[in-house]
Write a protein that binds this ligand. Structure first.
Ligand SMILES: [Zn+2]
Length: 270
């Protein structure tokens, strides 16, 4: 029997790195005790059924249709126990093999543009982290570099700036090639989406696209631009996407596991 549930009802979707408490909970399951793992509930207006997802970045996520009765979740989890155990064990194995998100990276690879940036870390008395691009693809990071939250935030800002330099002109060029006008391109560092399109004509892109292979990024840009013609995922929409990118179906499925390209330090929320 499973009795204790720790529920994070926290829409908009909140993702967390598996916590120590979560790991302890998983071990408790393995010993067949009565704990449930920590989990995040995400209510989705599009979901028709309850779905369970386990990933390194997000831990256990339960996607429920809007209005679904939360009290039924422990019972569903119990039914899924064998699958959960397998998946959580696999995630824990992966986590153990990955560098800590607090470990300062020595390089950042941006396959989308064929760049590898080398990082130099300099501890100074300054209150803030500053990042300077020096000769070619070198970054000098100075300030309180022993503070992971501070340098992670600074590197995310740097990535967003790189994203603006690269992704905005790339999208505009493609929009011209496709002869599909868009109003604006915005760059953010998001957890859950690679890109989106708003009815006002704005393509929003995730700066982390820079970490992906070039062809996947191109696919995402084409996908979002095509939403300016079809604001849905209808068969006409996919026909248009395939017209511009014949490999669209393959890239679409590769994108499902593309978070593997995102380094550990960038996944961390803290
Ligand atoms: Zn879409």
């Amino acid at each position: 029997m499973w009795t204790a549930a720790i529920v994070h009802q926290d829409p908009p979707f909140h993702v967390c790195f598996p916590s120590d408490r979560m790991l302890a909970a998983w071990r408790a399951i393995e010993r067949k005790s009565i704990l449930l793992p920590d989990y995040t509930i995400r209510e989705s207006t599009r979901a028709k059924h309850v779905r369970f997802k386990v990933s390194l970045a997000d831990g256990l996520v339960i996607v429920i249709p809007a209005g679904f009765d939360h009290t039924r979740i422990p019972e569903l989890l119990e039914e899924k126990q064998a699958w959960l155990l397998r998946s959580l064990r696999e995630v824990e194995r992966l986590r153990a093999s990955m560098p800590s998100p607090d470990l300062q990276p020595l390089q950042i690879e941006l396959p989308s543009v064929g760049q590898i940036w080398q990082l130099d870390w300099v501890e100074t008395d300054n209150a803030c982290i500053s990042i300077r691009e020096v000769d070619g693809f070198r970054l000098q990071i100075s300030g309180p570099v022993e503070n992971p939250a501070a340098w992670r935030a600074a590197l995310k800002r740097w990535l967003i700036e790189r994203g603006k330099d690269v992704l905005i002109p790339w999208t505009k060029d493609l929009s011209r090639d496709l002869d599909v006008p868009i109003q604006r391109v915005g760059i953010r560092c998001q957890k859950t989406r690679w890109g989106s399109y708003s009815s006002k004509g704005t393509v929003s892109l995730n700066a982390q696209l820079l970490l992906l292979p070039r062809e996947l990024v191109r696919y995402v840009l084409i996908h979002e631009i095509c939403h300016a013609v079809h604001a849905n995922h209808s068969s006409q929409f996919w026909r248009l996407v395939r017209q511009w990118e014949p490999e669209a179906d393959a890239y679409r499925s590769q994108l499902r596991t593309a978070s593997q390209y995102v380094p550990n330090w960038l996944r961390s929320n803290y």
